[in-house]
Design a protein around this ligand. Structure first.
Ligand code: WQD
Length: 337
């Protein structure tokens, strides 16, 4: 049984990936400092999988604690999610983002080097592309100046990993460039748990519909898109979780020791389309108003997923209806709990 350490494993994408890893027979260890997640998620994972992964409340900037974890367990692979990820907050607090996200990554890589753990999957982001000139974006689309310190930590993180791979042929790493992860596990036992006012569209929609928020502000209705609102490639978080398993399996057979892949559906949907899908799925009318644009938003971006489909044999299976209905079912479960 392969031992996998999942950093940030109680977070939104991390917890869904832990569920899929256990389903595929991996032995999972979770390191999470609970700065953007809740310990209850561990019990929820157990409820879904009947397995309670070993959990370590560790801040990855604490190298000594991380080294102890690595040296206690014979780890085969690491999936590294743990990072601060609020785009807006990163503009206000750039040093916190560079310190947390980059020193955590470097600590993980140093432990891998010292304890000869040679497989890493890195949680990266489509934000490395900025506003692409040509759509859909492929992995050959040039990276652009990051729009935020958060996005820059992903760009620099990829470069750090690639440089380390170039210095150590035995070490294999894959960066997964996520587009817009949304939705929740079918059980509605795990899902997106934004602490405070949500930055992202979907939790804001579901909180507005459940009366927690008064109305949704749609940031911009004058973009060069069919209905004037921004377009994104939304991907179901369970599909995204499964992409990590595909990457883990591929790492052992890969010809190169560093690679990166777009993880999306290949389809773009506008904000208004998402709202219309929510209204159709929930049977509710959403209270929203189109207001001025949000600084830093790209107008439209969606993925070309050919490389992921062909080289890792992975494709997204769920559509926007599945994503939105699962997000709404999750929100309704939160109201009850
Ligand atoms: C989506 C669209 C907003 C909120 C996210 C993550 C980022 C990266 C990519 C992982 C935009 C509009 C939003 C609202 C709105 N993922 N919107 N009203 O900005 O694409 O970035 O995915 O690394 O980390 O943040 O996602 O959900 O914030 O916005 O109109 O209240 O919804 O303008 O067009 P975004 P988002």
């Amino acid at each position: 049984m392969e031992n996998v350490l999942v950093t940030g494993g109680l977070g939104f994408i991390g917890s869904h990936t832990v569920v899929e890893l256990i389903a595929q027979g991996y032995k999972v260890f979770i390191a999470d400092n609970l700065s953007n997640s809740k310990i209850e998620v561990l019990d929820r994972i157990e409820k879904i999988t009947k397995v309670k992964p070993e959990f370590f409340n560790i801040d990855l900037t604490d190298k000594e604690k991380l080294f102890n974890l690595f040296s206690t367990y014979n780890l085969d692979s690491i999936i590294h999610f743990a990072a601060s990820k609020a785009v807006g907050e990163s503009v206000q607090k750039p040093l916190l983002y560079y310190k947390n996200n980059l020193s955590s990554l470097i600590n993980v890589l140093e432990c891998c080097r010292e304890l000869k753990v040679n497989n890493l999957i890195f949680s990266s982001s489509c934000t490395v592309y900025g506003q692409p000139d040509k759509l859909p974006v492929t992995e050959k689309t040039p990276k652009q100046q990051a729009e935020s310190p958060y996005g820059n930590t992903k760009q620099v993180g990829e470069e750090i990993i690639e440089d380390y791979c170039n210095s150590n042929v035995d070490f294999k790493a894959i960066s997964l460039r996520y587009f817009n992860p949304i939705g929740a596990h079918d059980s509605a036992l795990i899902g997106e748990l934004p602490l405070g006012i949500p930055n992202n569209l979907i939790p804001f929609i579901t909180q507005t519909a459940s009366g927690i928020r008064e109305k949704l502000n749609v940031f911009g209705g004058d973009y060069d898109t069919p209905d004037g609102t921004c377009i994104r490639d939304y991907i179901h978080v369970v599909d995204l979780a499964k992409a990590h398993i595909a990457a883990l399996k591929h790492a052992n057979s890969s010809k190169v020791n560093y690679d990166f892949f777009n993880v999306g559906t290949g389809k773009g949907h506008s904000v208004l389309e998402v709202i219309q899908t929510f209204e159709a799925q929930s049977g509710m009318k959403l209270n929203y108003e189109i207001v001025e644009r949000r600084p830093g938003d790209v107008e439209k971006i969606y993925a070309d997923t050919t490389k992921m489909n062909q080289e890792l044999g992975w494709s997204a299976e769920k559509d926007l209806n599945d994503m939105i209905s699962s997000a709404w079912k999750w929100q309704k479960s939160l109201i009850k709990s």
